[in-house]
Design a protein around this ligand. Structure first.
Ligand SMILES: *Cc1c(COP(=O)(O)O)cnc(C)c1O
Length: 453
């Protein structure tokens, strides 16, 4: 730790005195934090620059592209060209957690399987793909390629590919965002470059190269990969940079999940209201994915939903930024934490300032979790429910447990006006963010590590 370093006019040593939580995070202790700055939804919504109209606009755009998906990715025909993931209850995993932690999780634990989203097998299939479509539509309109009433099937044509081949797209990623942006951009005919941090798995790079994507590898972490992508694009007016740290477009793409979830709840016979509160636990890297999803969910379910972000102890950037109020001005490296984790999707040392700012009044809390625990729950979920996820996707699974075993989290419902009785009707939704495309040998290795953790 560099005690002398100044952040927003204070030394790290002083910050540690002001915010004792920093010491705990620096020691890599699993940590919980409840957001005392959370506002009643109505107030938070009123002061937010983004609105429900923005969520609807993004949803409408995805609907317009449904005809395109049906022809370009035939696997989406079953869902009529809509990319969506299953929602299911996981009673056997809930029982396993109760036994393991000698607790009784009140209510029911459900899982949202973004791990099984079509095309790129992670939550990035929401925001990442959406931003590429946004750019493609904009170019098509500017170039006069689209007439009112045209089916978007035309995006899957040589004529469109020829036009898009005059443009390029760049992105920096720890792996999954690159996979989504790369696959989607290449399919539409763009030249696409993915700047991969050292965390990125080899199979993700191999898969992208096989699809004609240019992959640039870095020895360094995510922030550097992003900076390099930004640099490349800055010098080229025909290059669009997907800015994972600041993009409102990505954020809105993620937020559409909420509209879909509302329908899935209806179909599954689930009610969310004051007597049936919803708790959502979202794995968090830079913040765009979980932030966008939580933003949409808060717009729709208001004060009846409570969102928590989950991060590895080694990459607890959002927790650090929110708990200190320093947001993206502080990084985990500033407090001597190394940003090295097996949860490659979450290996981010500095949170998005944009997301941290927008979400500060909406979020209920954050927690950090050790890598071995993600592995262990990975194996348990495979054994109890037959669901195979990548390590990052298990970060949220600890949330329902903490609501009963952690003193701060256990006190949260009462502080939010939720009685014990009402908690018995709670829905805990674990957002599973990736894993269906992990090669079987690699998954077997994850599983065995989990069995031994
Ligand atoms: C990217 C990612 C996340 C988190 O999304 P951010 O936008 O980086 O916060 C969570 N899980 C997986 C598997 C991911 O790939």
């Amino acid at each position: 730790m560099n005690y002398e370093k100044q952040i927003m006019g204070k030394s790290v040593a002083q910050l540690q005195v002001d915010y004792p939580i920093i010491k705990r995070l620096a020691e890599l202790e699993e940590t919980t934090w409840i957001n005392s700055g959370r506002l009643p939804s109505e107030k938070a919504v009123a002061q937010c620059p983004l609105t429900m109209a923005d969520v609807q606009d993004a949803s409408d755009r995805l609907d317009r592209f449904a005809d395109y998906f049906k022809v370009a990715f035939p696997e989406t025909q079953a869902t009529d060209g809509i990319l969506e993931s299953p929602l299911q209850q996981i009673p056997h995993m809930q029982a396993c957690l109760n036994t393991e932690f000698d607790c009784e999780i009140p209510g029911k634990v459900w899982i949202k399987l973004d791990s099984h989203l079509p095309i790129s097998g992670s939550i990035k299939a929401r925001g990442g793909i959406y931003e590429v479509l946004y750019v493609a539509e904009k170019i098509a309109l500017e170039r006069g390629l689209l007439k009112a009433g045209d089916s978007y099937e035309v995006f899957h044509s040589q004529k469109f590919r020829d036009v898009f081949s005059q443009y390029s797209i760049a992105v920096g990623s720890t792996g999954n965002l690159g996979l989504s942006i790369g696959i989607m951009s290449a399919k539409l005919g763009f030249n696409v470059t993915v700047h991969m941090s050292a965390d990125a798995r080899q199979w993700k790079k191999d898969m992208l190269r096989s699809k004609g994507v240019t992959v640039v590898e870095y020895e360094s972490d995510y922030s550097i990969a992003v900076a390099q992508g930004r640099q490349q694009a800055a010098n080229d007016p025909f290059c669009h940079f997907v800015d994972d740290e600041n993009s409102k477009t990505l954020f809105m793409g993620y937020s559409v999940a909420a509209l879909r979830l509302k329908e899935q709840f209806k179909t599954s016979g689930l009610t969310v209201d004051a007597r049936h509160p919803l708790f959502v636990y979202l794995p968090c890297g830079v913040g765009g994915g979980p932030g966008g999803v939580a933003f949409g969910i808060k717009q729709i379910f208001g004060d009846n939903v409570h969102c928590f972000f989950a991060e590895p102890t080694h990459s607890c950037c959002m927790l650090l930024g929110m708990a200190t109020g320093l947001n993206s001005a502080i990084s985990v490296q500033d407090i001597g934490v190394d940003n090295r984790t097996v949860a490659d999707g979450l290996a981010v040392g500095r949170a998005s300032g944009f997301v941290g700012g927008v979400m500060a009044p909406f979020i209920s809390g954050c927690y950090s979790i050790e890598d071995w625990r993600m592995y262990r729950m990975l194996a348990q979920l495979a054994d109890t429910e037959g669901l195979k996820l990548e390590p990052s996707a298990l970060a949220g699974m600890y949330g329902p447990v903490l609501m009963t075993t952690d003193s701060q989290f256990a006190a949260y419902p009462a502080s939010a006006g939720i009685s014990r009785e009402t908690m018995e009707q709670a829905i805990h939704l674990v957002w599973a963010t990736g894993g269906s495309m992990v090669p079987p040998e690699e998954m077997q290795h994850y599983y065995e590590t989990g069995k031994n953790s």
